[in-house]
Design a protein around this ligand. Structure first.
Ligand SMILES: Nc1ncnc2c1ncn2[C@@H]1O[C@H](COP(=O)(O)OP(=O)(O)OP(=O)(O)O)[C@@H](O)[C@H]1O
Ligand SMILES: [Mg+2]
Length: 315
């Protein structure tokens, strides 16, 4: 019997004997691996993990420990140099024009998510990045926003690849994805914690789109998806969920998803998206409490990143 099995068996025995075992998370070996992966010291305090034990009541904790070896979310390494070379914000290069622009965009979103808005916003920790048309920069924005948010010490982020028919996040981050959202929607035997990927970027986890499915778009608009989003919102109330969603015009699933969101970032590609399309897209999400438009790829003097004017509606 391996060490893990022995530990699990022992915990099971203790549980049967009515003894509560506190959750030690992450396990020391794993904490060390995480510290090393992040270039930090193994002694650094680990952030809250994504294991199934998270947010559980003490009564359920011993059960969670027994489950933990199987349930613990996988850790993936993100190559920060590659990410930076592809024009993304990284924690190792916190000062750049793009990083500054992301700071401006994320600030109100975080503030709302943390309940600091003038009036409370329902599901403010659910942030969807979308656009009127394809190719306007949603995935670029969602990744940058998620990383930039995770760079805040008190903000934990889950980046959800909700563009399930054409997922792009794993390739952009250079990670192997495997199971994800679609598997959660089609299988009862797996849990969010089983398919979440913890990343080597502190406080950033990714929920991939999952195993390709012929009815992916219908699943995204399904009742099961509504339930899953609600479950994730309440299970992870202290983290911000950033959804990379399909475009709003020409597909309905993004609009259905939008109905669950507290905040929406509408990416508009400068000098390309017709004003009528922007208006049409805005009309489809008008029920959302906060809709922020971000003008992407604006031509400005010099080179570098592109985010221009942004405006917030509804708050
Ligand atoms: N501000 C930006 N600076 C540099 N490159 C950008 C920027 N915005 C988008 N891009 C690039 O433009 C291309 C299209 O962007 P992206 O894939 O993010 O769009 P999308 O809206 O997610 O597209 P789709 O609708 O196909 O999912 C990508 O190669 C991306 O890296
Ligand atoms: Mg995309």
């Amino acid at each position: 019997m391996g060490l893990i099995e022995q530990a699990a068996k022992r915990l099971e025995e203790l549980k049967r004997a009515g003894i509560e075992v506190p959750v030690a998370e992450p396990a020391p070996a794993e904490a060390q691996a995480r510290g090393a992966a992040r270039g930090g010291s193994a002694a650094a305090a680990p952030s809250a993990g994504d294991g199934a034990g998270l947010f559980r009541s003490p009564a359920a904790a011993s059960e969670a420990v027994a489950e933990a070896p199987a349930r613990r979310s996988k850790l993936v390494e993100i190559d920060l140099q590659r990410l930076a070379a592809n024009g993304y914000v990284t924690p190792t290069a916190p000062r750049s024009r793009l990083a500054d622009e992301m700071r401006v965009i994320k600030r109100p979103l975080i503030s709302n998510a943390q309940g600091k808005s003038a009036a409370p916003i329902d599901a403010a920790n659910l942030v969807m990045v979308t656009s009127a048309l394809p190719g306007e920069g949603k995935t670029f924005m969602a990744i940058n926003l998620a990383i930039s948010m995770a760079m805040e010490l008190d903000t934990t982020v889950l980046l959800v690849d909700a563009d399930v028919a054409r997922p792009a996040i794993p390739e952009r981050l250079g990670i192997d994805a495997g199971r994800g959202l679609l598997d959660l929607l089609t299988r009862k035997d797996i849990d969010v914690a089983d398919v979440l990927l913890r990343t080597s970027i502190e406080r950033l986890s990714v929920l991939p789109a999952g195993t390709p499915h012929s009815r992916a778009t219908e699943l995204l608009a399904s009742e099961a998806m509504s339930r899953l989003v609600e479950e994730m919102a309440s299970r992870y109330p202290d983290r911000i969920l950033v959804f990379d969603a399909p475009p709003l015009i020409s597909s309905t699933e993004s609009r259905v998803l939008a109905t669950h969101m507290g905040q929406i970032v509408l990416v508009v590609e400068a000098d390309r998206t017709p004003q009528a399309s922007v208006k049409q897209a805005l009309a489809t999400v008008e029920q959302c409490p906060v809709v922020m438009t971000v003008l992407n790829k604006t031509e400005r003097s010099g080179s570098g990143s592109y985010y221009g004017y942004y405006g917030a509606y509804g708050q």
